[in-house]
Write a protein that binds this ligand. Structure first.
Ligand code: SF4
Length: 660
């Protein structure tokens, strides 16, 4: 892998590498990148890996290789303290801020000494705390160069450091945010970079479409309303009836959310017709029209005071952007995109491309001479007040692109990754894991499990896990395909094992992922109880527990994409229109990759041993099960309960923390 990376950096072009667990992929790309002497960008999917590369892996290699290299870390603006907004929060008379007084004073003390302004330095600050949005900026509320704190602004300083560095560590969110709106500082950075590495590249497509699409959210609109009211009362009281304007605007936003009040929170509504499914046509059209009128009224009011302060200019631009987005959603959906409405406490209108292939080809590999989409973005950039010349510099002159992950598909062409990312012509390499899976692990599909759509399935899985997790003394990770199953299995295991104090049952959502993972890793080693963790979604990947703390991974069902999800449906329809099979060409590869990721939680080091259990009879009973099985590491196969029990006994015998 290191040689292939070095060759690609030397010759240019694109390289896609799937590097199985234990290959050492981080060093396999970092060493050639650092030795090349080229200016490089390394992007990861998560801030955690970003911090690990910047604070641990790169410094270690720079020291060993004795290279005079400057490295910088660049995160999204939401990770840095905005001293202007902190000062605003301090001066605010808003009574609701009083509950945050303690956290604000802690941040203020830290702000005196921090050099970077990176909030991750501040220990004890929960990254879900509402205080964070008060003391950080976003594209909407940053004042830019007219800001009184502009010179000492942490966001700007981080960007300047990145501009001066040889290697910059970023994340995929930042990369795509910049491809879309060109304001994160990467617009200047990218053209001068000669090598770009995307680690955890399997997340690129889903992260990318999130940024390349268009959105309107009622929470963003409410925040805008609050900001208009705050600035109006503070800086132009008496000139405009701000309270009236903002009350009308707020009511129109809440009325829009109420059009779907009868729909369960967490749903995604299809939006193929002019009005989203399950919403009354008249209610929807009226709410959208009222919102438009209220936004126009706010825009007109801001027009009258825009000379008074830069805050009003920025607010005027924000209102204009919302109006432009609203007009977009009142017109038909763009060709090749899909629309839906997301419902939580708030409502989000989404229009998304089906994949990132066009953006990769056009903006990253610079393969589309017409640069059509770039023109559209320059238009957007103009609307958002970003310097156009800056936007036009982003025709990327980067020479080499490296994409890597432990899981990029089920075939040698890695089509699951390369097709949606527009990288089918890239050089491809698969490096198998060096682990002896046959010796160290086995897979079992329990006999007599109900069909996955059977009402009794979840209960049976819980009973099965209870029996064997007890025998193993915990050390069990249960991965579910739905949050519902996660809750039901979690409750059943807590009642059966947790409440009696036999084992500690952890359920996703009880605390931050990092804390749950730390507790699980600890297991019985500190004299505590063995752990069972029941989780879904994000725990299928990035959950790294080497050693004896994890020896049994149980997957409830084959992870097929939900067929009624609007994005899944649109992708399936597109394939059918192309004469392909949505099941073989989309659902099955998606399930294979997710299954491989889930199974990958089991063996994390050369000495790990463990059992993978898939409680879905389709894996052995259906013809496509063979294809899914082939995508998994070459584990030993167990086909009856007695052999499974003896394998489990064997594990408990060899364990150094044997519960018996
Ligand atoms: S320039 Fe923007 S991010 Fe920086 S201090 Fe001012 S408002 Fe905050």
């Amino acid at each position: 892998m290191a040689m292939a990376v070095a060759e690609t950096i030397g010759s240019g072009g694109e390289l896609v590498v799937e590097a199985g667990t234990g290959v050492g992929k981080t060093y396999a790309y970092l060493v050639p990148v650092l030795l090349s002497g080229r200016r490089a960008l390394v992007s990861t999917a998560t801030k955690a890996l970003q911090d690990q590369l910047f604070s641990r892996d790169i410094p270690k290699l720079v020291e060993v290789l004795n290279l005079p290299i400057r490295v910088a870390l660049l995160k999204g603006r939401g990770s840095y303290l905005c001293t202007y907004r902190l000062s605003q929060a301090r001066q605010s008379h808003d009574a609701s801020l009083r509950i945050h007084a303690h956290a604000l004073s802690k941040i203020e003390t830290w702000s005196q000494s921090t050099r970077t302004g990176d909030l991750s330095e501040l220990s004890g600050l929960d990254d879900r705390s509402p205080v964070i949005s008060l003391v950080t900026s976003n594209r909407d509320n940053c004042l830019g160069s007219p800001c009184p704190h502009f010179k000492s602004c942490h966001v700007n300083l981080a960007r300047k450091e990145a501009m001066a560095a040889d290697v910059v560590v970023i994340n995929h969110h930042l990369f795509f945010a910049d491809l879309n709106v060109r304001e994160t500082g990467m617009a200047e950075l990218l053209p001068s970079v000669q090598a770009v590495v995307f680690d955890e590249a399997h997340q690129l497509n889903e992260i990318g479409i999130n940024f390349l699409g268009r959105h309107i959210s009622t929470s963003q609109l409410l925040e805008l309303t609050r900001d208009v009211l705050g600035a109006g009362i503070q800086l132009a009281r008496g000139l405009v009836d701000w309270t009236l304007i903002c009350n009308v605007l707020e009511k129109s936003i809440r009325d829009l959310r109420l059009t779907a009040q009868h729909v369960r929170a967490g749903s995604r509504l299809r939006w193929a017709e002019p009005v989203p499914d399950d919403i009354e046509t008249a209610d929807w059209l009226t709410a959208m029209a009222q919102l438009e009128v209220a936004l126009h009224a706010a825009q007109a009011a801001l027009d009258t005071v825009s000379e008074m302060a830069p805050d009003f200019v920025r607010l005027h631009e924000r209102v204009s952007l919302q109006l432009s987005a609203l007009a977009h959603f009142q017109a038909p959906c763009e060709e090749g995109a899909v629309r839906w409405v997301e419902l939580g406490t708030q409502m989000r209108l989404v229009e998304s491309p089906l994949d990132i292939s066009r953006a990769v080809q056009t903006h990253m590999l610079n393969r589309n001479p017409s640069n059509l989409a770039l023109d559209e973005e320059i238009h957007d950039a103009k609307l958002s007040g970003i310097d156009q010349s800056q936007s036009q510099t982003t025709s990327l002159a980067t020479k080499s692109w490296i994409f890597t992950s432990a899981t990029l598909g089920e075939d040698d062409q890695m089509k699951w990754f390369t097709e949606p990312c527009g990288l089918t012509a890239a050089r491809k390499l698969r490096v198998a894991s060096p682990f002896d899976y046959e010796l160290m692990s086995a897979i079992y599909v329990p006999k007599g499990m109900p069909k996955p759509n059977d009402f009794a399935h979840t209960r049976t899985v819980a009973t099965w896990v209870e029996k064997y997790a007890r025998q193993l003394g915990g050390r069990t990770l249960v991965l579910t395909t739905t949050l519902n199953a996660m809750r039901n299995i979690g409750e059943a295991l807590t009642a059966a094992l947790g409440q009696s104090g036999e084992l500690e049952v952890l359920v996703q959502g009880q605390g931050p992922k990092r804390r749950l993972m730390e507790r699980f890793r600890e297991g019985q080693s500190q004299g505590g109880l063995g752990c069972v963790l029941v989780a879904s979604a994000s725990f299928w990947e990035g959950f790294d527990v080497p050693g004896e703390a994890l020896q049994l991974v149980v997957i409830d069902k084959l992870p097929f994409p939900p067929p009624n999800d609007p994005l899944v449906e649109a992708r399936s329809q597109r394939l059918e229109c192309m004469g392909k099979s949505s099941f073989s060409d989309y659902s099955l590869p998606e399930a294979a990759v997710a299954l491989k990721q889930g199974a990958g939680r089991l063996i994390r080091s050369e000495t790990d041993q463990g059992l993978l259990v898939v409680c879905d009879p389709r894996l052995t009973g259906m013809a496509y099960g063979r294809r899914l099985m082939a995508s998994l590491p070459p584990m030993r196969k167990i086909d009856n309960e007695a052999d499974f029990e003896s394998a489990l006994v064997q594990l408990t015998k060899t364990s150094t923390t044997n519960p018996t």
